[in-house]
Design a protein around this ligand. Sequence first.
Ligand code: B4P
Length: 200
Amino acid sequence: MFNIILFGPPGSGKGTQSDKIVEKYGLVHLSTGNLLRQEITDRTDLGLKAKNFMDKGQLVPDEVVIGMIDSCLEKHNAGNGFLFDGFPRTAAQAEALDKLLSLKKKSISKVLALEVSEEELVKRLLKRGETSGRTDDTNEGIIRNRYTVYKKDTEPVASYYEQDGKLVRVKGEGSVDDIFEALSTSIEAELREHKALSID
Ligand code: B4P
């Protein structure tokens, strides 16, 4: 079993690439963004609370997101492993994830970080906002706030994994297929190492 984190700023293509990765490698996709949007659609208490933060381009509080991931890990018995998309986004979330996985005698194998310039991100999200109906994609000020929050709270999480030698940086600009190929190369190198060490 191997567990991957797909890391990167808002609009870097985490969701786009996750769909392709889970299909090819048979991983369970855990996207906190998708889970939160489902809670909003279902009008749950958690969803109503989260919507206030998401609409402003802010992060949803750690305790809400960590609780959500905890119950997802309980629900899914991932055969090949998990792909975490958009989680962890803060140091507290990264520490909580390590604790939750170590209770199951598991850990993160690799963190794949997509790198995209701010201007390209803003362009992509404004374009998606034309059709997605996502309130956090329609306003440039909110999109730039999401980027500011990323730089302040999320980007430092990369060094948490870099210290352990788990971080791989991948250029997130170019065609979706070329980026997927670069990600696949890193995943397969990890899988070979995994087999060589025969880690469960
Ligand atoms: P998320 O749902 O995680 O989404 P995202 O950051 O907006 O985008 P992603 O990187 O997945 O981009 P995508 O592939 O769709 O977060 C939304 C919000 O939820 C956060 O702001 C926060 O409020 C909350 N939240 C989520 N997780 C949280 C957590 N752990 N803690 C606290 N709060 C949390 O790509 C974007 C666009 O680019 C698409 O239109 C796509 O078609 C396009 N695109 C993709 N690849 C491209 C390429 N190579 N070239 C051109 N366009 C491309």
